[in-house]
Write a protein that binds this ligand. Structure first.
Ligand SMILES: [Zn+2]
Length: 259
């Protein structure tokens, strides 16, 4: 397959996921997690989270929803400590990256992420979409002044896997927030597995991984990744953007936060 073909594929949600979500959203009346209890009908609104599309059914039951501690405290990552040689360029305008996760990387959310990412299980997607819907739209951000940037995957990994899990999730986040996706950054270097590396090793491994190929269309860039552990990937992405466009305002979001 050509690079063009891959690029097109990268931004397309596989039809089976769209159909699967549609079926669950409109027809299924039992919880996607336990598959026993009916889906909740009361509002899950907590800490400002709202269901943006009230005509959709809920995806999980009340008990399963309560099993996770949604919207844990934000994670602040100091960019100056992570990449000291570029302090002069970025720190004056922006020295920390704030990451908000939907939930900790535990329990059924962890299982669903593994099943979706590595086993391509369709049934895991509604659970992840439910989690994404707990993320409140960033204050002051809307479709006219913000874009969502999902962490890009290398062409190699995309070719092996055939689809990009994080792009599928970003599509549903975009729907939830009513904020468009932006694809202006590519991954230029396969940094390989980050597993087993400490924070500084991960950071130096990541620092050359991204390239901005298009000027950001607006000032607010909302970065999104599926799982955050050390935050090295998101901070490398943020630094790459800030070095070229120091006036952009960057916030980061993830589905889950593991330690
Ligand atoms: Zn349930």
């Amino acid at each position: 397959m050509t690079i063009n073909g891959l690029t097109k594929k990268r931004h397309t949600i596989p039809a089976m996921y769209q159909l699967g979500m549609w079926r669950v959203q409109y027809l299924q009346k039992v919880c996607c997690v336990c598959r026993i209890y009916p889906v909740a009908t009361i509002s899950f609104a907590k800490k400002g989270a709202q269901l943006e599309h009230p005509f959709f059914s809920y995806l999980v039951c009340h008990a399963c929803h309560q099993d996770l501690d949604w919207l844990p405290a934000t994670y602040e990552l100091s960019l100056s400590l992570l990449k000291p040689e570029q302090q002069a360029q970025s720190v004056s305008v922006f020295d920390a990256l704030t990451i908000q996760s939907a939930a900790p990387h535990v329990n059924y959310l962890r299982t669903a992420i593994i099943n979706f990412k590595y086993k391509e299980q369709l049934s895991a997607l509604p659970i992840l979409v439910h989690a994404l819907r707990q993320l409140p739209r960033p204050q002051g951000c809307h479709g006219g002044n913000s874009v969502i940037l999902a962490t890009p995957t290398t062409e190699h990994r995309l070719a092996v896997r055939g689809f990009e899990p994080v792009a599928v999730l970003a599509h549903y986040l975009s729907q939830h927030w009513q904020i468009p996706l932006w694809h202006g950054v590519v991954r230029i270097d396969d940094a390989g597995s980050q597993q087993g590396l400490d924070r500084h090793q991960r950071q130096s491994n990541m620092s050359q991984a991204f390239q901005v190929i298009e000027k950001p269309p607006c000032r607010n860039l909302l970065l999104f990744d599926d799982v955050v552990t050390t935050g090295a990937t998101l901070s490398a992405l943020a630094l790459t953007l800030l070095n070229q466009y120091p006036k952009t305002k960057i916030l980061a979001y993830s589905l889950s936060h593991g330690h």
